[in-house]
Design a binder for this molecule. Structure first.
Ligand code: NAP
Length: 266
């Protein structure tokens, strides 16, 4: 089995990785560590936080299965604590097939005014904001029908697994990752006598499409960890992606128990 690692940049994380490699590379080991996506790893170990996992997924794509070891607090994408390295090595050595949890992504197309189209995707979310303190103005269409004109700080289109991230901070709903859906949430919309939005998050099923027609000449677009300023964007369309990110689950931990541990009991 070819294994790649993606690490958070701190000494503790590097030490956890060193120990894990040592445990996995005993004589006769079936494991080989690879360093580059071209070497097509079967598994990618993300050691760090959920942010590290996002980085890993954008680096290695949809083919490998991902496993997260959290070297900070419990994560939404990471199952293993650094104290559990021996148990983790044991289940890997046992060659039992893990349960593969497949998480939907947000698939986006960014259309610029000069006719170019850029295909992008996000495991957590796409974020659109104006590139200044003035409001973002955008017309929202759902499946080709006009829905609303948004004025405010920004819009988030999140996946189910991203629903616990930025989306949650703007009071979006938490969506179980087995549901193939995207969620459109508002960041500080203006709602007064002149301007009106639905002011609730919308959960759209698979095959529905949200189109956001941008009025501002310059906007900021965030896709998971990556953010960039874009000029002359005409519109952005989002739907549930046809590909999913695979997580190798060697131990049972439900999504709702993660929600409880992360947000209620700690
Ligand atoms: P960051 O600003 O350093 O960290 C953002 C926090 O979000 C971290 O605590 C991260 O967990 C956590 N996180 C990431 N994905 C999550 C998920 N699916 N569910 C619950 N929590 C999650 O940024 P980053 O580490 O590069 O992560 C990028 C993400 O930050 C974006 O995708 C966005 O969702 C989130 N973000 C949130 C807000 C907000 O809540 N107001 C604002 C901007 C961006 P770890 O500590 O385990 O890495």
């Amino acid at each position: 089995m070819r294994i790649a690692t993606v690490l958070r940049n701190d000494d503790f994380t590097r030490e956890v990785c060193r120990q894990l490699r040592e445990k996995l590379l005993r004589p006769g080991s079936p494991f080989r560590f690879v360093e580059h996506p071209d070497e097509e790893p079967d598994m990618v170990l993300s050691i760090g936080g959920d942010g590290t996992l996002l980085e890993a997924v954008h680096q290695y794509g949809f083919e490998p299965a991902y496993v997260g070891i959290h070297t900070g607090h419990l994560g939404f994408y990471a199952d293993w604590h650094p104290d559990e390295l021996d148990s983790f090595v044991e289940v890997l050595m046992a060659e039992n097939k893990p349960y593969l949890a497949e998480y939907p992504i947000v698939q986006c197309q960014i259309h610029t005014r000069d006719g170019q189209t850029y295909d992008k995707w996000a495991l957590n979310e796409l974020v659109i904001r104006n590139n200044s303190l003035s409001t973002l103005v955008a017309c929202v269409y759902i499946n080709g029908d006009e829905f609303e004109t948004f004025r405010g700080d920004g819009l988030i289109v999140s996946s189910p697994s991203g629903s616990t991230a930025y989306n949650k901070a703007v009071n979006g709903a938490l969506v179980h990752p087995s549901i193939e859906a995207i969620q459109l949430s508002e960041i500080a919309s203006i709602n007064n006598q002149a301007y009106r939005t639905v002011n609730s998050s919308l959960v759209l099923p698979c095959h529905h499409e949200v189109e956001i027609i941008v009025m501002n000449p310059e906007i900021m677009i965030g896709l998971d960890r990556e953010q960039a300023v874009w000029q002359d964007v005409r519109s952005i369309t989002c739907r549930v992606g046809s590909r999913k990110v695979k997580f190798a689950r060697y131990k049972k931990m439900t999504f709702w128990s993660r929600v409880r541990k992360s947000f209620i009991t700690g």
